[in-house]
Design a protein around this ligand. Structure first.
Ligand code: CTP
Ligand code: MG
Length: 266
């Protein structure tokens, strides 16, 4: 847990935003997939523990549905999630959920009563010449409980260097573009193709402004890096992990059990 001691920088704060407000419709379960157990521990509890145990992370915001905030608080108590800053309410889409959480964090940072009173998120997208605290956010899917510390670290590194990055892995399968009749119309060069995961990490002011702009312009994107790309800022890929899967469909629960077994052996 202390392996990153040299890596922590003064004059910066790093927050994890854990998105857990989805419906989990593809899981076809009677509840939000993040409240399913993997080897006796809820998926969301596993995810939160990863950020709680990372000494790179200063605070955690969880995005939850109104109906599930009590259950989320129960998890935080049971697993001693001491870094919890608060719960932001989810929206109808993941994009809306994340935007809510960024504005929640912004309000939190400008509230002088909180425990980080000297922070500001109003600076430009560059490291300022004047002494100022840089704020970064790692946005992560609550349904990715296998995120490892080294991936968190690479995301922090990527955000510091490039202001916007996402964890991802090179594709193993060849990808085909197919038309509505099922006819293959293109085989993109696999060498250049990666699958994006989370965490995706950003300078806070950059991602917050991009999300709010997208909202004003009524634009929808499938992930957070896509929003920043749209507004012309370079976003970089950092190496994720093939076991950093998103629990999405019922078979992913079996893959999850296998990953846990493998972690126990290592
Ligand atoms: N999420 C969210 N708010 C939403 C939609 C999704 O916070 N309105 C979160 C989910 O809880 C999940 C993550 O974003 O951890 C990734 O989304 P996805 O895997 O698509 O989860 P769901 O939307 O819940 O699942 P499905 O699409 O199968 O309904
Ligand atoms: Mg979804």
């Amino acid at each position: 847990m202390n392996e990153n001691t040299d890596f922590i920088k003064k004059g910066e704060k790093i927050f994890a935003i854990v998105a857990a407000a989805g419906q989990g419709s593809r899981m076809k379960s009677d509840r939000n997939k993040q409240f399913l157990e993997l080897d006796g521990v809820l998926v969301l509890a596993r995810t939160l523990t990863k950020f709680e145990n990372s000494n790179l992370i200063d605070g955690i915001i969880i995005i939850s549905n109104n109906m599930e905030t009590d259950a989320v608080m129960d998890i935080c108590k049971k697993y001693s999630i001491s870094k919890l800053i608060g719960i932001a309410l989810g929206g109808d889409t993941r994009q809306e959920s994340v935007r809510n959480s960024l504005n929640y964090l912004s309000d939190y940072l400008t509230d002088s009563k909180n425990s980080f009173p000297n922070l500001t998120d109003t600076h430009d997208y560059r490291k300022s010449e004047i002494e100022q605290t840089d704020i970064y956010v790692l946005i992560h899917d609550g349904a990715r409980p296998f995120v490892k510390e080294n991936v968190i670290k690479r995301c922090v590194e990527g955000a510091r260097e490039h202001l916007a990055c996402g964890a991802g892995v090179p594709l193993k399968d060849t990808i085909k573009k197919v038309d509505l009749d099922g006819r293959i119309i293109e085989t993109p060069n696999r060498e250049t193709l990666w699958a994006i995961q989370t965490p995706q990490a950003f300078l806070f002011s950059l991602i917050k402004d991009c999300h709010n702009k997208a909202f004003e312009e009524g634009l929808m994107f499938t992930d957070d890096t896509g929003i920043v790309e749209h507004y012309g800022k370079s976003v970089y890929m950092v190496m994720g992990d093939y076991s950093n899967i998103k629990i999405t469909t019922p078979e992913d629960m079996k893959f999850g059990e296998a990953i846990l077994k493998d972690e126990k052996i290592q």
